[in-house]
Design a binder for this molecule. Structure first.
Ligand code: S3P
Length: 464
């Protein structure tokens, strides 16, 4: 090879190593109709709780242990970022140990923190970075770099942080915390637990009280876990809204955290058990925080046979086992105020709605446009391609369920979105003809053993 060719090849290789898309080659997958689906299983740990356990462990003084941590790409990106900020984290025999440095006790990272595909990772860590008077650089994969960060930047700037971001408040960005943070009282403009959490995490190092007001309640894992770690967090209803107040300059005490199974991951085998003709599945140890259980409520209204068994509380989080059997579903109205309680479950709900009898109207889905992909479009285009009649009216999606599975026989664009890929692979288990996805590599961000677990229960998902 000539010297100039070598230089070009080296430059191309270097560019590839900086480009997460190129690092992970596309993985086409195909799912085929099966007669039966079921058995008993656990699903992997809750993604939201896993991020928070690592982060609060890092902000406590001493050793936190975490059992059941989700070992997916998103959570590992948060873990690597915390290590880069000087936190020691060890792993042995399924148990993770985080040696926390205390609130405001992290060190400046020597490189940019790459949160990959993780919106939760980057937004929560921006709140943590704001606790520190040094500059932290954040970046992510192409999907994350397209997502809005202004919703976090603005309140953190109000607390004294300085931020330089790409146009439109996008990643990459640099964030510098002030010498002394200001406490704020912030009303959420969008119902986002990530924004709420970023403000509360920053507020841990501010004097006085930091509060967040939400018109529609969002997932409260941060509040519950902050309390578990000894912070003073008050929650009150004020004129139909919820005000969360954190006492600042907190000292967090290390804890033993047990992470329950992720209801957002459970949604896929659960949907398969409902749709496949001979379905009978028990999912053990599923997190059923009321701010996350909107899908179970909606499915109950649709006529799904789901029994909640052994309801219990683990570290302040509601947990139960779910027994699910094949059911004839009917279409329903899903009100907009329920959206934050099931925001990640709309792709799979839309698949279930396509097989139900009658229309299912899912209202108030604006936030779906700024997830890992524009999910509203991805769902609508994917289902239409499978032969499902639907209407997209503003932020509402109305799926006309035919009372039986659709035709299928197409390859869906997963748009770099794990939940779009998993939802359409679930549909392939009942569609007349196989359903493919062009790229399932992103499934590892939230559910690394999705294919193995589904196939163990009776699915037929393989390379496409
Ligand atoms: C999450 C909050 C939700 C959700 C995401 C996880 C969290 O995002 O979609 O998958 O862990 O706080 P928003 O806060 O943007 O609604």
């Amino acid at each position: 090879m000539s010297a100039s060719k070598q230089t070009k090849a080296r430059a191309a290789a270097q560019e590839r190593s900086l480009d997460p898309v190129a690092q992970d080659p596309a993985k086409a997958l195909l799912s085929r109709r099966v007669p039966a689906f079921g058995g008993g299983t656990r699903v992997p740990g809750d993604k939201s709780i896993s991020h928070r356990a690592l982060i609060l462990g890092a902000l406590a003084v001493g050793e936190t242990t975490i059992e059941g941590l989700l070992e997916s790409a998103d959570v590992m990106a948060t873990l690597a970022a915390l290590r880069a900020l000087g936190v020691d984290i060890e792993h042995a025999d399924g148990l993770w140990r985080v040696f926390g440095a205390g609130v405001g006790g992290l060190g400046e990272a020597a490189r940019a923190l790459d949160l990959g595909n993780s919106g939760t990772g980057v937004r929560l860590l921006m709140g943590v970075a704001a606790q520190h008077p040094f500059t932290t650089f954040f970046t992510g994969d192409p999907s994350l770099c397209a997502r809005p960060m202004a919703r976090v930047i603005e309140p953190l700037e109000g607390m004294g942080a300085s931020v330089v971001a790409r146009s439109g408040g996008r990643l990459p960005l640099a964030l510098r915390g002030p010498e002394r943070l200001l406490p704020v009282s912030h009303r959420l403009a969008v119902p986002s637990a990530q924004v709420k959490s970023a403000i509360l995490l920053a507020g841990l190092n501010a004097p006085g009280e930091t509060s967040v007001i939400e018109a529609t309640p969002t997932r409260d894992h941060t509040e519950l876990m902050l309390r578990h770690f000894g912070a003073l967090v008050g929650v009150e209803a004020v004129e139909g809204e919820t005000r969360i107040t954190l006492e600042g300059e907190a000292e967090l005490k290390p804890q033993a955290v047990a992470v329950p199974g992720d209801v957002s991951s459970a949604a896929f085998p659960l949907a398969a058990a409902l749709l496949v003709p001979d379905g009978d599945l028990t999912l053990e140890n599923v997190g059923l925080n009321p701010r996350r259980s909107g899908l179970i409520e909606t499915l109950g209204e649709m006529g799904a046979a789901i029994e909640v068994q052994n309801a219990r509380s683990v570290g302040g989080e509601a947990v139960a086992d779910l027994r699910v059997r094949s059911s004839a579903l009917s279409g329903v109205e899903v009100p907009p105020e329920r959206a934050p309680r099931m925001i990640d479950e709309y792709p799979v709900l839309a698949v279930l709605a396509a097989c139900a009898r009658g229309p299912t109207a899912m209202r108030g889905l604006a936030e779906l446009r700024v997830k890992e992909s524009d999910r509203l479009r991805a769902i609508a285009e994917g289902l239409s391609a499978c032969g499902v009649a639907l209407e997209l009216a503003g932020d509402d999606l109305i799926v006309e369920g035919a009372g039986h599975p659709p035709k299928g026989g197409v390859t869906i664009e997963s748009r770099f979105d794990h939940r779009i890929a998993m939802a359409f692979l679930t549909l392939g288990l009942v569609a007349d003809e196989p359903v493919g996805v062009d790229d399932g590599s992103m499934i590892e961000t939230s559910f690394p053993d999705f294919i193995e677990l589904m196939n163990r229960l009776g699915a037929d998902i393989g390379e496409g």
